[in-house]
Write a new protein. Sequence first.
Length: 117
Amino acid sequence: QVQLVESGGGLVQPGGSLRLSCEVSPSINNIYDWGWYRQAPGKQRDLVARITNLGSTNYADAVKGRFTISRDNAKNTVYLQMTSLKPEDTAVYYCSARYSPYAAIYWGQGTQVTVSS
């Protein structure tokens, strides 16, 4: 069973940047894909970005060109680099992982990102 621990959230001004990290244990190996989701108050949890074990990525339209997902196998860590942040990016961000396209999704505990002046 995989465990995910997010970090890197916080308060940032509009136009600023943050990098979220998701440390995966026991290992990043054998995982099919990782994702970053976000959930704003009163809204559903939506996919922000996903990266597969082959390196393929996809992004929500709202973050294309501003967010970048990546992984570091040596550090068992997945990242979400966020730039040009907007107030509408404010949400709790969750890291996810699964062992196959049909497997259950594992979730981290979430990290709060607040974009405000």
